[in-house]
Design a protein around this ligand. Structure first.
Ligand code: CMC
Length: 430
């Protein structure tokens, strides 16, 4: 059996053999299909790139039907159980789990770069008192490029590594400063004796105590949530990172754009919508009535936190999160909305409507409940997503830069506007 696709152009009667590789045909192979020598050639039309592989990647694998998520081949469940965020970030960035020495050096480098330039602090002070922390976050990440002009050397391996250390280390500091600014509290400097997530909690929640002691259960829960969000292959923000990076801009500017894509409610904001929905339902007793409304609405009212473009079975990240929720609630007290969420899941998983459409809880169904119980306002949710995803964004950016097949992203269009026409003087226009 030949790995080719035979295409017959019924306009000309000509036949073409297109190679099939990795289950794909190359869109550029279609360009030879023409009706005349001056014809541009056939293109594919694929809004939202739903049927187009935009790159070859060795970072993350998803099997949506089976509910499998692997980073560099390692199942997400095992990483969530055994690893920590910095080790997982190393794996995603460099392709292998670090040896003990590599891990030590990596953690030291990240720890040494957690401080922000004092002028960054001043820059952040300029935001309105009620500025959204995600707006502060993405602007500040973009501003970092002006502090590190060496970041423009994107084809210098040493420079790329330096920016990687800086970005992974500084995003929690920026996130924490953004949070403290939005609630009018003084900024807290990093404590390098603490773990990555422990220090993040310190920068967020330290008050007048001389030394902040993060709750180990909460620090671990946050670390696991960071592992679960570290990469998710070619989603909207990662595609933005690759597209912007393909112009060869520095990684801070590209990452600011990726964070902006994540800011949108269709991407990083679904867990906020889950909390709003649970609040509206209000009690376990009202769950059946709400489910009925969803079913009757013909898609207008959705069960937020359910369904996924890729996962057509239980999102493997949601399973891990559900387990963490119990550990977190044992420390913080149960989020009163949890009972409502559990009842929704119980009913939906045995309801024909949801079963037949393969609608299962996704990563966002329980994460908002945990963040809320830990004391985060909903505005911080996308910021909490951006911190770990920084590892994925950088890994995908570097993979794109080093891929000899990649060029500046420049899709085509189908022009549907007016044909050429002559300029009309202002006094002659209707
Ligand atoms: N509640 C009720 N019905 C739903 C839902 C839902 N959450 N999601 C999909 N459906 C129905 C939809 O009405 C349609 O029904 P029908 O076949 O009768 O027209 C069918 O299921 C297929 O839906 P679709 O919109 O074609 O599916 P999609 O793959 O385009 O959408 C989705 C995926 C995530 C946008 C959608 O499931 C949704 O809106 N979910 C709620 C929002 C949400 O939780 N988003 C977070 C996604 S995970 C974040 C991440 O991984 O970054």
């Amino acid at each position: 059996m030949a790995d080719t696709l035979t295409v017959v152009d019924n306009r000309t009667g000509k036949q073409y053999e297109l190679p099939i590789q990795n289950g794909t045909v190359r869109a550029m192979d279609l360009r030879q299909i023409k009706t005349a020598p001056d014809d541009f050639g056939l293109m594919t039309y694929d809004p939202a790139l739903m049927g187009t592989a935009n790159c070859r990647s060795a970072i993350t694998f998803i099997d949506g039907d089976k509910g499998i998520l692997l980073y560099r081949g390692y199942p997400i469940e095992q990483l969530a159980e055994e690893s920590d965020f910095l080790e997982t970030a190393y794996l995603i960035l460099f392709g292998e789990l670090p040896t003990a020495t590599q891990q030590q050096t990596w953690v030291r480098e990240i720890t040494l770069h957690t401080m922000l330039h004092e002028n960054i602090k001043k820059f952040m002070e300029g935001f309105q008192y009620d500025a959204h922390p995600m707006g502060i976050f993405l602007s500040t990440v973009g501003a970092l490029s002006t502090f590190y002009p060496d970041a423009k050397q994107i084809f210098d391996k040493v420079s790329r590594l330096r920016q990687t250390h800086r970005l992974i280390a500084k995003v929690p500091s920026i996130a924490a400063y953004a949070f403290r600014h939005s609630i009018g509290r003084p900024y807290i400097y990093p404590d390098n004796e603490l773990s990555f997530s422990g220090n993040f909690l310190n920068m967020l929640f330290k008050m007048t105590e001389l030394k902040y002691h993060p709750n180990p259960v909460l620090a671990r829960a946050l670390d696991v949530l960071f592992i679960l969000h570290a990469d998710h292959e070619q989603n909207c923000s990662t595609t933005a990172m690759r597209n912007i990076g393909s112009s060869h801009v520095d990684p801070y500017s590209a990452l600011a754009g990726a964070a902006a894509a994540l800011y949108g409610p269709l991407h990083g904001g679904a867990n906020e919508a889950v909390l709003r929905m649970l609040g509206e339902i209000g009690s376990v007793a009202r769950v059946p009535e709400f489910i009925k409304r969803v079913k009757a609405s013909d898609g207008d009212v959705r069960l937020m936190g359910f369904g996924h473009r890729v996962y057509k079975s239980y999102d493997p990240r949601a399973k891990v999160i559900k387990k963490i929720a119990d550990l977190v609630f044992a420390v913080t007290g149960k989020n009163p909305l949890l009972e409502i969420a559990l009842e929704i899941e119980r009913i939906a998983l045995q309801d024909e409507y949801f079963v037949s459409r393969k609608l299962y809880p996704n990563v966002d169904f329980y994460s908002g409940l945990i963040y809320q119980a830990m004391g985060f306002p909903v505005e911080m949710f996308p910021v909490l997503f951006a911190i770990p995803r920084t590892a994925g964004w950088i890994a995908q950016w570097e993979e794109m830069l080093l891929d000899p097949e990649q060029k500046i992203a420049r899709p085509r269009q189908i022009y549907v506007g007016p044909a050429q026409r002559d300029y009309i003087a202002r006094d002659k226009r209707a």
